[in-house]
Design a protein around this ligand. Structure first.
Ligand SMILES: Cc1cc2nc3c(=O)[nH]c(=O)nc-3n(C[C@H](O)[C@H](O)[C@H](O)COP(=O)(O)OP(=O)(O)OC[C@H]3O[C@@H](n4cnc5c(N)ncnc54)[C@H](O)[C@@H]3O)c2cc1C
Length: 388
C-alpha cells in the first residue's frame, strides 16, 4: 500500500499538524538530526522557531497532498526546496541523516500506532520527500547563491534604507520576485527581500529595507550597512507578475512593499504599449513616501501609469524636519489621507483589474479582505506568501 494508503498517510499527517503540536514533533526531529549529525547544526540559525514552523507547515501540506493522491505540486515544491537548501550548504550526506532522523522521530511519536501499514506509508513518504529534495539539489547546475558587495547605502527615512549592491555575477530573476538574503551582521539568518529593479546584466541590484520594530536583521541592515559589506543572495522565488493580456492593473504598495511593484513598473517601461496601471503608494506620514520622485519621473513619461500617494496622517511629525524632502513636483494624483484598504476601496472594488498587493502582512491581509468584501474576485488578487 505505502503511498496509496490514504488512511495511514492521514495518521502520519496528523502527527505534524501545526494546530495539534506538530511543531514540537518537528522540533524533536531537528534535535535528533543535530545529535546524530553535528555538522548540520552550524548550517541553521541558533533560534530555530521560524525554521521549525516553516518545515512543519510544509510537511503538513505535502502529506495532505499525498493523502489526496496528488503528487505534481508537492514534487515541484520539494524540488524547489532542495535546490534552495543548497544555499545553507546542505550536502548529499546531510540528506541521508535527515531521512533517518525524520523517520525515527515519526516512529517514536506514533508509538503504539506504528504498525506495518503506518511503517510502510511513513517510510515511502519520507523516501519521496527526501529523495525529491536530494535529487533536485544534485541535478541543479546554477550556483547555490550569488555574493555581492554593497556599493551604496541611502538612509531615505528614519526607518527605510535603499541599499545598492554590485553582484559578483548577474542574478537572473523576474521583476516582482524576491530572494533570500544573508547579511554579514547576522550570518545564517536569511530574510526575504524583493529587488526594486528588474534584473540587470551587469549585476547591479537594489533593495528597499524597512526596519521593523524589534526586528533583528532589518534593523541591522538599516543601522549598520556600510559600503564594502558582502551580502549573499539565494535564487529567486515568487510569481507576482503583470499579464499583458489580462486587462488593466491595480497595485497597492505599503512602505517598502513598493520594491517589487516598482520593479514590475520599470519592466513595463521597456514596452511602448502597456495596460493602464494605477499604483497606490502608502506610508504612515507623508515623509514616509520615500520614492515618490522616481514614481513621478516614470509617470511623467509613461501615460499608462497613475500614482496616488496615501498617508495615514496628513502632516509630517516634527522629527521629520531633517529628512530629505520626498515630495515630487506637481503631477501625481493628490495625496489621500487614510489607511490603504479604506482609500483604495473608496474608488470601487477594482474587480476588472489584475490586483497586486505588497507590504506588511497586516496591510496586505486587510486590503485583500476589503477588496473581496467590495466584490473583487479573489483569484485576480496576487501577493507574496504571508507569514502564518
Ligand atoms: C516574500 C517576502 C518579501 C519581502 N520583501 C521585503 C522587502 O523588499 N523589504 C523589506 O523591508 N522587507 C521585506 N520582507 C520582510 C523581511 O523578509 C523581514 O521579515 C523583515 O525585514 C523583518 O525581519 P527581521 O529579522 O528584522 O525581523 P524578525 O526578527 O524576523 O521579526 C521581529 C518582529 O517583527 C515582525 N515582522 C516581521 N516582518 C514584518 C513586516 N514585514 N512588517 C511588520 N512586522 C514584521 C515579526 O512578526 C516579529 O514580531 C519580505 C518578506 C517576504 C515574506
Amino acid at each position: 500500500m505505502g503511498l496509496d494508503d490514504r488512511e495511514a498517510l492521514s495518521t502520519v499527517r496528523a502527527a505534524v499538524d501545526p494546530k495539534r503540536g506538530g511543531s514540537d514533533v518537528v522540533g524533536r526531529f531537528y534535535a535528533r538530526w543535530f545529535a546524530t549529525d553535528p555538522s548540520v547544526r552550524d548550517l541553521f540559525p541558533p533560534d530555530l522557531a521560524a525554521q521549525r514552523n516553516s518545515f512543519c507547515q510544509a510537511l503538513f501540506w505535502v502529506l495532505g497532498e499525498f493523502v489526496d493522491q496528488r503528487a505534481e505540486e508537492p514534487v515541484a515544491f520539494l524540488a524547489q526546496l532542495g535546490r534552495d537548501h543548497r544555499k545553507y550548504g546542505v550536502t548529499q550526506q546531510h540528506y541521508a541523516t535527515l531521512h533517518d532522523a525524520l523517520l525515527a522521530t515519526l516512529h517514536e511519536h506514533l508509538g503504539d500506532r506504528w504498525d506495518a501499514r503506518i511503517a510502510e506509508a511513513t517510510t515511502h513518504a519520507v523516501d519521496l520527500i527526501v529523495g525529491v529534495m536530494r535529487g533536485a539539489a544534485d541535478r541543479e547546475q546554477t550556483p547555490p547563491y550569488v555574493d555581492g558587495t554593497v556599493v551604496e547605502h541611502l538612509r531615505v527615512t528614519r526607518d527605510v534604507s535603499v541599499v545598492r549592491l554590485q553582484l559578483d555575477q548577474p542574478l537572473a530573476y523576474h521583476a516582482g520576485q524576491y530572494v533570500a538574503v544573508q547579511v554579514p551582521q547576522w550570518p545564517r539568518r536569511w530574510r526575504h527581500l524583493s529587488p526594486s529593479m528588474p534584473a540587470d546584466t551587469s549585476g547591479a541590484i537594489e533593495f528597499h529595507v524597512r526596519s521593523v520594530s524589534g526586528g533583528m536583521v532589518s534593523t541591522a541592515i538599516v543601522n549598520q550597512t556600510t559600503p564594502g559589506d558582502r551580502w549573499r543572495l539565494s535564487n529567486p522565488h515568487g510569481g507576482m507578475h503583470v499579464s499583458r493580456s489580462d486587462g488593466d492593473v491595480l497595485m497597492v504598495a505599503g512602505s517598502t512593499g513598493l520594491a517589487p511593484l516598482r520593479a514590475l513598473v520599470m519592466n513595463l517601461c521597456r514596452e511602448a504599449e502597456n495596460p493602464r496601471v494605477h499604483l497606490f503608494f502608502g506610508g504612515r506620514y507623508p515623509c514616509d513616501l520615500y520614492d515618490l520622485r522616481t514614481l513621478w519621473e516614470i509617470a511623467a513619461t509613461n501615460p499608462w501609469l497613475s500614482v496616488t500617494p496615501v498617508s495615514e496622517y496628513s502632516t509630517d511629525p516634527p522629527w521629520a524636519a531633517d529628512y530629505p524632502d520626498v515630495r515630487p513636483p506637481r503631477g501625481l494624483h493628490v495625496r489621500q489621507t487614510g489607511l490603504l484598504p479604506d482609500v483604495v476601496t473608496s474608488y470601487g472594488n477594482w474587480g476588472d483589474r489584475q490586483i497586486l498587493l505588497c507590504g506588511g502582512p497586516k496591510m496586505v491581509a486587510a486590503t485583500k479582505a476589503a477588496l473581496i468584501t467590495k466584490g473583487a474576485p479573489p483569484e485576480r488578487i496576487q501577493h507574496d506568501p504571508l507569514p502564518y
